[in-house]
Design a protein around this ligand. Structure first.
Ligand SMILES: [Cu+2]
Length: 288
């Protein structure tokens, strides 16, 4: 039987408590920091050489889908009733609504150093020391809405701009493409300033702090955000029946993207799985 991932705003008090406790337990065991390490290790951008798997590439969606499944398995080994909730940022749009409550992820960082002071992941609670990172500081940081230069969360129509795309991705399969569902959802835009941050990327900017870096996994909102991004892939498939992951075959040896992107039937590191195998996970979980 497939299990259900729920909207974070609909969780009962008991479901929130169990989800938080499972996160704290895998953090205590050292498993959580392994996820942070993997995400940092797979952060390759357009400007670098070699294969791009997790970002600025078609496999952005299957890579994070598999990454979420691994985290969810770790949580379910602690408490089999737990599933990943998702944060619908088109609906819960304020700095005090879901998921920023004391019984879930805690609230905004304080002004001076953006240190999160409330909820289960506040440093003084003693359960959430940042150990693997790319910046200094052992405490979790957030700057919701970016107080110094305010930015809004993406809207339903921003998501619609991505969902209406007929093709999954387009050549050259990187952060510069302006068409295709994948980058319109991943959100690398043209131009300068906050207008160039769309959908998925814009949410990382809006949360700020740890979420701005390749160590974004240090903020548990990473999982709730990416579960909602994952849900969008599912919605896009439902709307465009028969549309598949692209590229179907690897770019040829004369192509600048040769060896840089993962094709539909190719292995997606660090796992022994292909994008094709991750296109339909309806037997594992579904969204409510
Ligand atoms: Cu990522």
């Amino acid at each position: 039987m497939a299990y259900v991932r729920k909207d974070a705003g609909t969780l009962t008090a008991d479901e929130k408590r169990r989800f938080v406790n499972a996160l704290l337990e895998i953090k205590r065991r050292g498993e959580y920091d392994e996820f942070v390490r993997i995400h940092i290790a797979h952060y390759a951008s357009d400007g670098e050489r070699g294969l791009r798997t997790a970002h600025m590439a078609p496999s952005f969606l299957p890579w994070h889908r598999r990454f979420l499944l691994d985290l969810e398995s770790a949580l379910r080994r602690v408490d089999s009733s737990v599933t990943l909730p998702y944060w619908d940022w088109t609906r819960d749009r304020t700095t005090t609504s879901t998921p920023w409550t004391a019984d879930l992820l805690g609230g905004n960082g304080r002004r001076s150093d953006h240190r999160v002071m409330t909820g289960p992941f506040a440093h003084h609670e003693g359960n959430w020391n940042i150990k693997v990172s790319v910046t200094e500081g052992e405490f979790l940081t957030r700057d919701l809405g970016r107080r110094s230069a305010s930015i809004d969360l993406p809207t339903k129509s921003d998501l619609e701009w991505a969902l209406k795309e007929i093709e999954y991705d387009v050549t050259p399969w990187d952060s510069t493409v302006t068409r295709g569902f994948r980058n319109r959802l991943e959100g690398w835009g043209t131009g300068r300033g906050s207008a160039s941050w769309r959908n998925h990327n814009r949410v990382h900017r809006w949360v700020g702090g740890a979420m701005l870096t390749s160590a974004s996994v240090n903020d548990p909102v990473f999982w709730l955000h990416h579960a909602f991004v994952d849900l969008q892939w599912h919605q896009w498939q439902r709307r465009h029946r028969g549309a598949r992951y692209l590229p179907a075959t690897p770019p040829g040896s004369g192509d600048a993207q040769h060896g840089r992107v993962v094709a539909r039937q190719e292995r997606l590191p660090p796992w022994d799985v292909t994008p094709a195998e991750l296109e339909d996970v309806g037997r594992i979980y579904r969204y409510a």
